[in-house]
Ligand binder design. Structure first.
Ligand code: UDP
Length: 458
């Protein structure tokens, strides 16, 4: 039997690393598979510092390989952050190590799984004659919207004036009557010439060049959109939710894995133990979003006025100050970084106030926890619309950050008067779990990916 050696290269951001590390772990569990996982040196240091992740990965045929970063390190930041510069600088620092690894005849790479926004990896692998699969770490619905951007330009849906966000529904195949302008990815608000729009469109349009596209989603959740994507990218693998998939396939390894770039504060789990069932709303805006002092005050007031208990993640680097009322406790608890999967699975947690990053959304889906969505940038605008309007498992605040709206939506979801949010969230959680056990769609698609990689290596 062949022993495939796979090189996995994520974009160096928490959400991308989280899901691609999980895929790496799943692939390592296939007999004979070895994985080399590339990350810039500064990410490698952060992952190794609190080494839950590495201690678990050490038990697997897995190599976390640092790419020299020449002292350069840049985390994604919305706003002034320039995605093109970020990708260009990654390309410059990573290309030499990447080419070296691809040319290594002593330990040849048989296949590359590249983050689908890193077309320079695709190009380097094509040059070296190594097959490449793409993985996108966003939802299928957001991917489809990105993929259709040229069509939206052609039909003059884009560009639009950013003062007219709420006007007509966007006419997009498969999503008729669903998306408003405000639900399109944030790059659509910045005009056609913006670097973010051009970059994301260019990267997405390269996808059909890869052997196949891997998505962290499951068929039941996004079936109509997945069917549309298959018309353009026939070889699609839906293998998610990856964190749930990992739990079912790797039960032999204790569930202690952390892929966090920040130290997790596990003391909040003890605090949750003391709270009544479904009484706490968990508040977190992921690894990138920065909340201004004004926004934080609106959230704080809205939460207090709702009368609900809350557990709030305020990252040390997220800017602004923590109002003393929050820091003092009372109905709430603040942590710098939470063990999110465990928090969402805790019986005390009855809702999630989230920015709708795709990992957070899927983690909430699997835990059956309804959401209040405050999307910020990228694919989050699309995801939050689907959570509210299509899946019916939460409310979408969209561009509004106002204490009255926060209070109302938190009450809607936590009190759930008709029981509908919790019922639908529970049904979706069940479907998610069914997809990752033997016979489920994601389980079968992962097996197919493993078979296809093995075939390529023979
Ligand atoms: N996360 C966590 N602890 C926190 C906040 C976030 O472990 O306190 C994890 C969360 O579980 C998720 C990831 O960080 O897996 C964030 O990814 P997501 O795609 O939701 O958002 P992004 O950070 O990319 O905006």
């Amino acid at each position: 039997m062949s022993k495939p050696h796979i090189l996995i290269f994520p974009a160096p951001a928490q959400g991308h690393i989280t899901s691609m590390l999980k895929l790496a772990e799943l692939l390592c569990a296939a007999p004979g598979f070895r994985v080399t996982f590339l990350v810039p040196a500064y990410i490698h240091r952060r992952l190794s510092n609190h080494s839950n992740a590495t201690s678990r990965l050490r038990k697997l045929p897995f190599r976390l390989h640092p790419i020299p970063d020449n002292g350069h390190q840049e985390d994604i930041r919305p706003g002034s952050f320039d995605v093109k510069d970020w990708l260009d600088s990654l390309r410059m620092t990573a290309q030499p190590s990447l080419k070296e690894l691809l040319a290594d005849e002593g330990d040849p790479i048989d296949c590359v799984i590249s983050d689908g926004i890193l077309s320079f990896v695709l190009e380097a692998a094509e040059e070296a004659g190594v097959p490449v699969f793409y993985m996108r770490t966003l939802s299928a619905c957001a991917f489809w919207v990105y993929f259709c951007l040229p069509h939206l330009i052609q039909t003059q849906e884009l560009p639009f004036n950013s003062n007219e966000l709420d006007l007509p529904m966007v006419n997009l195949r498969g999503m008729e009557g669903v998306l408003r302008r405000s639900d399109l990815p944030s790059c659509c608000r910045h005009g056609l010439d913006s670097r973010s729009m051009q970059t994301i469109m260019h990267q997405t349009l390269q996808t059909p060049r890869a052997k196949g596209l891997i998505l962290n989603t499951f068929d039941h959740l996004e079936a109509p959109t997945l069917d549309l994507i298959r018309t353009r990218i026939p070889n699609l693998y839906t293998v998610g939710p990856l964190h749930a998939h990992l739990q079912t396939r790797l039960t032999a390894i204790p569930n202690s894995s952390s892929t966090s770039l920040w130290e997790e504060d596990k003391t909040c789990l003890k605090w949750l133990d003391e709270q009544p069932e479904n009484s706490v709303i968990y508040v977190s805006f992921g690894s990138i979003v920065r909340v201004t002092v004004e926004e934080r005050t609106e959230f704080w007031q809205g939460l207090v006025n709702s009368g609900k208990r809350f557990l709030w993640v305020v990252r040390p680097d997220s800017g602004g100050i923590i109002p003393p009322e929050i820091a003092d406790g009372g109905m709430g608890r603040v942590v710098g970084w939470a063990p999110q999967e465990a928090v969402l699975a805790h019986p005390a947690v009855g809702g999630f106030l989230t920015h709708c990053g795709w990992n957070s959304t899927l983690e909430s889906v699997v835990a059956g926890v309804p959401m209040v969505c405050w999307p910020h940038f990228g694919d989050q605008q699309v995801n939050s619309r689907f959570v509210d309007d299509v899946w019916g498992i939460g409310r979408d605040m969209k561009d509004c950050c106002d204490r009255v709206v926060v209070e109302k939506m938190v009450r809607d979801v936590m009190e759930d008067r008709g029981g509908e949010f919790r019922r639908r969230a529970g049904d979706m959680a069940k479907a998610a779990r069914e997809s990752v056990v033997e016979g489920g769609t994601s389980y079968s698609d992962l097996d197919r990916l493993i078979r296809d990689i093995r075939d390529l290596c023979n």
